[in-house]
Design a protein around this ligand. Sequence first.
Ligand SMILES: [Zn+2]
Length: 390
Amino acid sequence: MSSLLVSNIGELVTNDLSLGDGSPLGLVSDAALVVDGGRVSWVGRRDHAPAADSVLDVDGVAVIPGFVDSHSHLVFAGDRAEEFAARMAGRAYSAGGIATTVEATRQAPDEALAANVARLVGEMARQGTTTVEIKSGYGLTVVDEARSLAVAADFTAETTFLGAHVVPPEYVDDPASYVDLVTGPMLTAAAPHAKWIDVFCERGAFDAGQARAILTAGLAAGLQPRVHANQLGPGAGVTVACEVGAAAADHCTYLTDDDVADLRDAAVVATLLPGVDFSTRSPYPNARRLLGAGVTVALATDCNPGSCYTSSMPLCIALAVREMRMTPAEALWAATAGGAAALRRDDVGRLGVGASADFAVLDAPSYTHLAYRPGVPLVVAAYRRGQRLA
Ligand SMILES: [Zn+2]
């Protein structure tokens, strides 16, 4: 494999504290980086760059680590545009809308599910996302959860078994039996295709005892836990996430002071999903409170056909800055290095020496434009392991 010199970078975000200006973003101006064997082999000022087999001159624009979208639900069929329109006309969102997608997903052949994932992953790449986590959770039978994860595994190593998304209609009168299914035959069928296990721990979905049982069973099967927590109201999601050593607690809109302290002390990443709050006209989580307490914060899309049908990390950054009062620097870090932390990855979300050469080239002089110019397609190219994706 030949080496590539990416040169004439006006502003390079490395997320590497040993490089650049000493800020968490590790900014290097008038920079260059060298890709060799899919990894970053050199980073620094352009005038010190070594020679390489080929050169990509980006003409003075900003280059950032590819976005790490650590929370998405891409394996599904159908859409829920009518439900969205109804909600915008004043009807409140409830977890029950998922049943519509479950029905469509069960009826869809694998090829149709895979085509939909390919479409959305392509959309993400064109917006700078180079790593994506993909959950199951619209099959909710042994067969449909296993095939959902098998489809997802063709697109990413970050696959998550979410059989505990919602209790399906056929188990509404007997949720305990559904938990037995999730922790038994469904887990056995899902585990070969999954890295993670997740639970929607919320009133109307799964309570603390059920969530604990599901995550503990997942751990015993070799999966690592993550949790949908404290989205729709106060609850035990964060407590359970911290107890089981989850990588991340996602949503985190309704937190007590103890929840915030627990997240920090247990080193559980708080993943904020502002696209959901935007699309459901719900309150945003208090990012400043989390950051002020020293909690690691990630941003992700939660791309799904019900509560948030955006695949755009730049939109999430703009919302985080405008609506949650994160600084542009905090938001960019959360969308790259924060997402990597939420997936326990140290090879992505940064552009220091040794990192995977996953980066996005912006049609802008600075990463700040991602928030400053909301809705504008600023990502002109995305690379994974030095290969152009989009
Ligand atoms: Zn979600």
